[in-house]
Design a protein around this ligand. Structure first.
Ligand SMILES: [Zn+2]
Length: 141
């Protein structure tokens, strides 16, 4: 899921609805996990930092990293997502995103693993929610 998010290959509900794999058009603008209607519905950004359904999991796995990105100075939400996914924004990166080769304990707490753990943690609950929505063709997950 992490690499799919990084390469824009992640099947958000918005993307599924836009490609008409989900026939109910409301899901272009409504996140099925929190039922909040917004301009873009469920995007990677919403999933990672916005969706209230995953608040607990987010805090447990990536709360500190999100606060670290906020501490870098004024950052927009989309830049927080770029940094969380290991990218560079305005010349800034999260220093501890990649696992260090020297110690295993650092590897366990590096940003990449924490984001991957968060995504892994919400995966089955999210898939169960998506299975409740009628799809055509492509299967969920
Ligand atoms: Zn949501």
């Amino acid at each position: 899921m992490l690499s799919q998010c990084r390469t824009n290959g992640f099947w958000t509900t918005r993307k599924r609805a836009s490609m008409e794999f989900i026939t109910d058009k409301k899901f272009k603008r409504t996140c099925p996990c929190c039922n909040i209607r917004s301009e873009k519905g469920e995007t990677v950004e919403h999933l990672l930092i916005g969706c209230p359904r995953w608040k607990e999991e987010r805090e447990r796995y990536i709360g500190d990293i999100i606060r670290d990105t906020m501490a870098m100075g004024p950052v927009e939400q989309k830049d927080v997502v770029i940094l969380l996914l290991g990218g560079e924004s305005n010349g800034r990166r999260l220093v501890s995103w990649l696992p260090s080769s020297s110690t295993t304990s650092e590897a366990i707490t590096c940003g990449a693993f924490q984001v991957a753990r968060f995504l892994q943690c919400i995966r089955s609950d999210r898939a169960a929610i998506l299975r409740e929505i009628p799809h055509k063709g492509r299967s969920v997950d």
